[in-house]
Ligand binder design. Structure first.
Ligand code: FEO
Ligand code: CA
Ligand code: CA
Ligand code: CA
Length: 605
């Protein structure tokens, strides 16, 4: 922990400058390498990745997926730091890079083959990795390597299993769901399993129906007739919500995967609620019940925690396998506390259970029928109990010693009414909030909170809340904190997914990046800068902390960047980024980057 003899200095590296290049920048004395690119092989029979995007759906099912996000390194034996299972999420696709120019959405007739190819690019990869002669490599063949995607059967477990609201024509029992999608942040458990989190599932649904078939639940989760342009509903009927109204209820969950058993069936853990899950951070209550913190990443949505019914047994890992099957889900209210305006306060956890009272003398149970009904309607139930509307909750992480919890609130351009935890209207920069549970017990029902950092730009707007908190200065400017994780020594690693225009409000911030913070002094120092258009997300370490793995997501995605290429990226995929193959790959590719110290020391120290 943070007071251990071998933990080294909290921030022992030379900060890197903001930059706008098309490469990875790491501190002096560090090196980096790229592997596990989108389309790279996982199996002996994986077809080669084709730089012209002509790989088939069948090819994609045998290759690394697209747009890597959350990730965890599971040592294979004896806490190994040279061999393990690197398990990673694949969140979404960029059609402009994923398909050929002729196949772009809207330009051509659509096909089931195109839909299946995209479905196979989502989900999770389990990769057996090994350090060989100083280079991290994927071990092929390996019995562990596995692709999990949108057509992989999964067990629905917990209170929603078999519920009327998850019964479909293909699965009238409501017990076996097909696949996982929009796998954003992740978690892992003390018993060696991986948690993948389903975020913006709504975007994969649509309908050909011209009458609005949406109920209150579908509207609250953002379903729309055109969806996000994936056009899956045109070829795969289960994604037409007018035809299969319960299919959306089978997504928006956290899925538990045993990476050590390649034949295991992933389990959807419905007791943890149905939201646009960012990540999942696990810790233990004083009495050894399992606590999982979670954010719902949408403007004005909520922060949750789950407390298991059962207790963790350190000496019997097999007994822990289904701890996430039953427990209590809570949603947070952040209050102002004794002093107004000091950006700290007190909070409480409200249980989303049938007996919880709501307006009009009713209860959640009376409104939603039973616990399963409450969980399918998690967002609506949280509305009913007056949870605090936050500035897009992204990753949450728990300090390894103190149990203090830190959460990124990435930004919220739609905020019109402020509170102390979300103190800026039209919040373009984001903040990190932290809280301490009463009695240092993660199962407590009350907590104290404060803001760890308010991102801002003092060089652009001196003074006031737009300048940010006092730990923001010209050398560590950033916006839109997203990925967040403590290392074993208590260093806080912060990853960004924000505006990388480097002009105006964002001048001096450069490309998306990763910084490291000392939670005691609150100092923040930039550690890494990513290539053009990317987001840095997902982080894990070898147990000896000599290697840190991070993911580079959507390189080349230029959005509204002022230097956006004049050419359509479908026609010239290399117009904005040539990373990581310097053009040889024909298009930018999401990939995993491993960073280490040339002298073999711990990263960050
Ligand atoms: Fe997939 Fe909220 O980031
Ligand atoms: Ca206050
Ligand atoms: Ca994210
Ligand atoms: Ca984000």
């Amino acid at each position: 922990g943070g007071d251990g003899d071998d933990s080294g200095p909290m921030l022992g590296f030379a900060a890197v400058a903001a930059s706008t290049g098309d490469d990875i920048v790491v501190p002096a004395g560090y090196k980096h390498a790229v592997f596990c690119r989108w389309g790279d092989p996982l199996f002996a029979n994986s077809p080669a990745w084709k730089p012209d995007a002509t790989n088939t759906a069948a090819d994609q099912a045998l290759q690394f997926g697209d747009n890597h996000d959350g990730m965890h390194f599971f040592p294979l034996s004896d806490n190994s730091s040279t061999e393990g299972l690197l398990v990673m999420n694949h969140e979404y696709i960029n059609p402009e890079f994923f398909y050929t120019a002729a196949e772009q959405s809207g330009a051509t007739p659509w096909s089931l083959e195109q839909v299946r190819k995209a479905q196979h690019a989502h989900g999770v990869s389990v990769a057996h990795v090994r350090l060989v002669g100083g280079n991290w490599q994927v071990v092929i063949p390996s019995r562990y390597n596995r692709r999990i995607h949108m057509n992989t059967p999964m067990q629905l477990t917990g209170p929603v299993r078999g519920h009327a609201l998850v019964q479909t024509s293909a699965d009238p029992a409501g017990e076996v769901s097909l696949g996982t999608v929009n796998n954003c942040g992740n978690g892992y458990t003390m018993w060696g399993t991986y948690l993948t989190c389903e975020e913006n599932f709504n975007g994969y649904f649509g309908t050909a129906s011209t009458t609005d078939a949406r109920d209150a639940n579908m509207r609250r989760y953002g379903l729309s007739s055109a969806g996000s342009g994936y056009r899956w509903h045109e070829e795969d009927e289960r994604f037409d919500y007018a035809l299969e109204s319960h299919e959306p209820n089978r997504l928006g969950w956290i899925v538990e995967i045993d990476p050590f058993d390649p034949s295991s069936t992933p389990k959807k853990r419905t007791a943890l609620g149905r939201i646009k899950h960012e990540n999942a951070a696990q810790t233990l209550a004083k009495d050894k019940r399992v606590v999982v913190y979670m954010g719902d990443d949408q403007a004005n949505d909520y922060v949750y925690k789950f407390v298991s019914d059962g207790k963790y047994a350190a000496d019997n890992q097999r007994a822990n396998a289904n701890l996430l099957e039953s427990g209590t889900l809570y949603v947070a209210r952040f209050g102002a506390g004794a002093t107004a305006g000091d950006m700290m306060g007190t909070g409480e956890w409200v249980a989303l259970v049938p007996s919880t009272p709501i307006a009009g003398g009713s209860t959640l149970g009376a409104k939603y029928g039973d616990l399963g009904g409450i969980l399918v309607n998690t967002r609506l139930a949280a509305d009913d109990v007056g949870a605090t509307k936050m500035d897009r909750p992204e990753w949450v992480t728990v300090h390894p010693d103190s149990g203090e919890v830190y959460l990124t609130l990435t930004n919220n351009s739609s905020r019109s009414t402020v509170d102390e935890a979300n103190p800026r209207t039209a919040n373009i920069y984001g903040q990190i909030i932290r809280w301490r549970e009463t009695g240092q017990d993660a199962a407590a029902l009350a907590f104290e909170w404060d803001l760890f950092v308010l991102a801002g730009n003092p060089a652009h707007t001196a003074g006031g809340l737009q300048a940010g908190s006092t730990n923001i200065n010209a050398d560590n400017l950033f916006n839109s904190p997203d990925g967040l994780a403590f290392d074993a020594d208590g260093r806080l690693w912060i990853q960004t997914d924000g505006n990388f225009s480097n002009v105006g409000n964002y001048a001096g911030m450069g490309n998306n990046q990763m910084l490291v913070a000392d939670p005691v002094t609150k100092e923040i120092r930039r550690f890494l800068v990513g290539p053009s258009g990317c987001e840095i997300t997902g982080i894990t370490w070898t147990p000896d902390q000599k290697f840190v793995f991070v993911n580079v997501q959507h390189p080349g995605e230029y959005g509204s960047h002022p230097r956006a290429p004049a050419v359509d990226p479908a026609a010239d995929p290399l117009a904005f980024s040539r990373w990581p193959d310097n053009g040889a790959g024909g298009r930018p590719r999401p990939a995993t980057v491993v960073v280490w110290r040339e002298d073999g020391g711990k990263v960050g120290t």
